[in-house]
Design a protein around this ligand. Sequence first.
Ligand code: HEM
Ligand code: NAG
Ligand code: NAG
Length: 328
Amino acid sequence: MSSSSSFILFLVSLLSLQLIAASFGQLQVDYYNHSCPNVESIIRAAVERKFQQTIVTAPATLRLFFHDCFVRGCDASVILAKRNGAAEKVNPIDLSLAGDGFDTVLKAKAAVEEVPGCRNKVSCADILALATRDVITLTGGPSYTVELGRLDGRISTKASVRRRIPHANFKLPKLEAMFASHGLSLTDLVALSGAHTIGFSHCSQFSRRIYRFRSRNSIDPTLDLGYAQQLRNWCPTNVDPRIVVSLDPTTPWIFDNQYFKNLRQGKGLLTSDQTLFTDRRSRKLVNLFASNSTAFEQAFVTAMTKLGRIGVKTGNQGEIRQDCTRVN
Ligand code: HEM
Ligand SMILES: *[C@@H]1O[C@H](CO)[C@@H](O)[C@H](O)[C@H]1NC(C)=O
Ligand SMILES: *[C@@H]1O[C@H](CO)[C@@H](O)[C@H](O)[C@H]1NC(C)=O
C-alpha cells in the first residue's frame, strides 16, 4: 500500500472514531459554543442573584443535582411536576429537597430563555449541572469545567426514587454498593459525601443516634458525647418536625474540608457520615481529605464529573424542555 493511501485510511478511521463518539453522545465542555455561547455567564449571574437573596440556595441546589443523577440519570426528572400521577419529587425522600434548589434552576432557565439566540437550546439538566458548579464556587469550593449536552427526560415517577437514594442510617457496605452501581468508587463516595460540608438535616434523620441507639436513652458511641448533648438540646424528643441542624457544625456555610475534620472528632451528623471514619476501609481517605484540602478538592471535582455522566440522555431519548417542570 502506498503511503498516501494508508494516510487516507488513517484519516477515514479517525473520522469514523469521531462519528462513533458523536453517536454515543459524549458530553462536551463546548457543547453550547455555537448555539448559546454565553450560557455559562448567563447562568452564573442568575445563580448569584438567587444566592444573594438566600444562601440556602447553595446546599439546596447541590443536593438536588445528586438526587436527580441517582434517579434515572442526570436528566432533570426530579424537577418534573405532574398534574395526575406522582412525580419523583413527591416521594417522601424527595419532599425534603429544599424549594430554593428548584427555584434556582427555574430562575436560571428564565434568564437563558430571555437571550434571543438561546431560546429552547439549553436543557434543564445542563442548567442544573452548571448551577451546581456555581453554588459550590460561591460557598468557597473549587471551580471546575462542566461537561454539557445532557437532554431532559420525559419520565418521572414517585416509585423510582425508592431504593435509589441512600438512607441516612446506611453504613459503608450499602453506600458503597449503591455508588458502585453507578460506576462510582470508594474514593468518589467519600469525596462526594464532603458535600455535607454545607446544608442541613432534619432531626428525624439522626434522632435514633441520640435517643435510642441500642436501647432506650442510649447514644451512638461513635458520636462525640458533647456533640450528642448539643444535638439533644437542638432536637428534643417532641421537636417540631421542621427543625433542621447543620450537617457541618463548625463551618456550616463554607465549602471546605472541615466535614472530614469533624468525622475524626466524632462529629458526623448522620450514620452515613460517621461510618466513613468508623470503617477502616474508608478511614484513610477521611484522614487524607481532612489533612489536605487540595486532595479533597481534586477528588471532589473528579467525582462530581463522574456523577454528572450518570444515565445521560442523548438523541431521541430526551428533549430540551421549554418549561423545566413539564415535558414538552
Ligand atoms: C452518601 C450518601 C448520602 C446520604 C445517606 C445522604 C443523606 C442526606 C440526608 C438525610 C440529608 C438531610 C435531608 C433533610 O433532612 O432535609 C442530606 C442533606 C444534604 N445532602 Fe446528602 N446524602 C448523601 C450523599 C450526598 C451527596 C453525594 C451529595 C452531593 C454531592 C449530597 C448533598 C447534600 C446536601 C448539600 C445536603 C443539604 C441540603 C439542604 O440543606 O437543603 N449528599 N443528605
Ligand atoms: C468555543 O468558543 C471559544 C470562544 O469563542 C473559542 O476560543 C473556542 O475555540 C471554541 N471551541 C470550539 C470547539 O469551537
Ligand atoms: C496534597 O494533595 C495534593 C493533590 O493530591 C498533592 O499534590 C500534594 O502534594 C499534597 N500535599 C501534601 C502536603 O501532602
